[in-house]
Ligand binder design. Structure first.
Ligand code: DX5
Ligand code: ZN
Length: 216
């Protein structure tokens, strides 16, 4: 699956941009939520998710880079998130937060920063619908993929196989024409891409998405 990250969209025309990537074949819309506390950048809140919900029926893959997170999970669920992905580094109660997401009828994901042990996943492999491997340090688009994350992607693929559950293995950060093949070969089943999709104008978005789907 291809989940374009709107972080790299033209925010002066956000609705049009979401419509454009929907039309261009995005499987999901990746929404990067940043609070300027958990990561050194600030983006959008539930109000904007609610606003763009009207524009696309594609699943909203909402990545919460915020701390604390529990207060906002219901607000993003109500705003229209379909998948809510949280960071275990952002708080002490990962299992409880995942229970909250599922109690709201949403799919739950766990995102791991590049230096967070994969063992954080073990206790919740039976509870999650998605694992998000950060292949950059979160906060900004247009960064370079950290090569050491390729082995981690492969290891998570093995963990998912062993768990024998339908869990999306998503990779986020620096996925582009140069890196996409190795990310897919490592086992990713969903690719987040911001700068690689929002390159050129809307007429190019379908070609950028197809390029990623083809593996470069
Ligand atoms: C970074 C975000 C990523 C980012 C990816 O903190 O979580 O989703 O938007 O952007 P690119 O694809 O440009 O690296
Ligand atoms: Zn993201």
């Amino acid at each position: 699956m291809i989940a374009p990250s709107i972080l790299s969209a033209d925010f002066s025309r956000l609705g049009d941009e979401v419509r454009a990537i929907d039309k261009a074949g995005a499987d999901m819309i990746h929404v990067d939520v940043m609070d300027g506390h958990f990561v050194p950048n600030m983006t959008i809140g539930p109000l904007v998710v609610k606003a763009i919900r009207k524009v696309s029926q594609k699943p909203f893959d909402v990545h919460l880079m915020i701390e604390p997170v529990d207060l906002f999970i219901p607000l993003f669920a109500e705003a229209g998130a379909d998948i809510i992905t949280i960071h275990p580094e952002a708080g002490p109660h990962l299992h409880r937060s995942l229970q909250l997401i599922k109690s709201l009828g949403k799919k739950g994901g766990v995102a791991l920063n590049p230096a967070t042990p994969l063992s954080f996943l073990e206790p919740v492999m039976g509870d999650i619908d998605l694992v998000l491997i950060m292949s950059v340090n979160p906060g900004f688009g247009g960064q370079t993929l950290i090569p050491s994350q390729l082995d981690r992607i492969a290891e998570v693929a093995r963990m998912i196989k062993a768990a024998n559950r339908d869990i999306i293995l998503e990779v986020d950060g620096g996925v582009n024409a140069e890196t996409v093949k190795s990310v897919i070969e490592a086992g990713a089943t969903s690719l987040v891409a911001g700068s690689a999709v929002f390159t050129g104008d809307a007429a190019d978005y379908a070609g950028n998405i197809d390029m990623l789907r083809r593996g470069g």
